[in-house]
Design a protein. Structure first.
Length: 347
């Protein structure tokens, strides 16, 4: 039986909430969000941007920080907890993202910011976050389509976050032609990566990960994408995975890698032509000295870091879904999270 027929059968059996459908719409979601009309004036009079968000809703903040660290003029700090960091002041813009609008840690931080005279831009599908921000004159709330798992709504959430940064002038917005070119290239990649109709590469990667300890290695500039891959493996595939960055891991963890049993490892390396040349040398050495029969390199394609990160996020979504189906898991299931939320609502 072909891979196509194999995965049609697996999807019908295990993909109960149609994660494949939502993943196929990813590029459309990004395109729509890039083009939303945000009625805010350019404003660079901020000491920095504090991004609030948890889980799948919080991933976009990590991506914003990667872009800011590489090319923006003000810092981005990520906060994934209750409240706000002790140093925070109202000269810092808050971007709060909660897909449901009811994430209690994010809401707690938003309430604290508003009480202290802060400005909050919310990204949500509704819930209490939209309600709170609609009552505050110094804040706005941008809504995205509802009805799916937060991790599958990354295109809506991150695309809207990027559009906010463009509107404020924090990030330089690409030209319309450049955006169209990005979307065109992403569509081609998405079609090739589709686990039903594509070229089979994500399936081959997933097969090599069955029964193996999974390591994800990336240059620091791509750490947001590699971290999200680990989270997708956790949620979609119900698998543990560990993530480390170059060059930091070369100063400590590389020793443990050198003595590890390579037969039980499946290692995924993230690479990009725009990364530091010395980091490239470190990655090449790791591939030569530490690689296994189950080692893969994801060459993150794109003419900009933004495109590269989106490319990495999307192709690894397909890998995590393929692994879930191959191991008989529903990529949409998140019973422990539902159970925990039920417990928290009772205490």
């Amino acid at each position: 039986m072909s891979n196509e027929n194999d995965f049609i059968a697996l999807a019908e059996k295990f993909d109960k909430q149609d994660m494949i459908k939502y993943t196929r719409s990813f590029v459309d979601d990004i395109e729509k969000s890039f083009n939303i009309d945000i009625e805010i004036e350019q404003d660079l009079d901020w000491s920095g941007v504090l991004c609030l968000g948890m889980g799948g809703s919080g991933a976009g903040g990590d991506f914003l920080k990667s872009i800011s660290d590489y090319s923006a003029g003000i810092p981005f700090v990520i906060w994934k907890d209750y409240g706000l960091p002790s140093w925070w002041g109202s000269d810092w813009l808050v971007i709060a993202t909660s897909y449901s609008g009811n994430t209690e840690e994010t809401l707690d931080g938003v309430k604290t910011a508003l009480e202290q005279g802060g400005t909050v831009i919310g990204v949500t599908s509704g819930g209490k976050l939209e309600e709170i921000l609609s009552e505050n004159d110094n804040s706005i709330c941008l809504t995205v389509p509802s009805g799916q798992m937060p991790r599958s709504a990354f295109g809506h959430l991150f695309g809207t976050q990027i559009a906010i940064c463009w509107a404020l002038g924090i990030f330089e917005k690409p030209t319309n032609e450049e955006i169209n070119d990005i979307i065109t290239r992403l569509r081609i990649m998405s079609s090739n990566a589709d686990i039903i109709t594509g070229n089979g590469m994500p399936i081959s990667m997933a097969k090599s990960m069955i029964g193996k300890q999974i390591g994800v290695l990336s240059p620091t500039v791509l750490s947001s994408a590699s971290n999200r891959f680990v989270s997708q493996l956790n949620e979609n595939s119900e698998r543990f995975a560990r993530q480390v960055n170059f060059p930091e891991m070369n100063h400590n963890e590389v020793v443990a890698w050198g003595s590890a049993n390579k037969e039980v490892h499946s290692d995924i390396y993230f690479s990009w032509e725009g990364m530091n040349k010395r980091t490239r040398s470190r990655l090449d050495w790791m591939l030569e000295e530490m690689s296994t029969d189950s080692s893969w390199v994801i060459e993150c394609e794109g003419n900009s870091l933004l495109e590269c990160l989106i490319y990495a996020a999307h192709i690894t979504d397909w890998v995590s879904i393929a692994l879930a189906l191959l191991e008989g898991k529903d990529p949409s299931d998140m019973h422990p999270i539902v159970s925990l939320k039920k417990h928290l609502s009772s205490v």
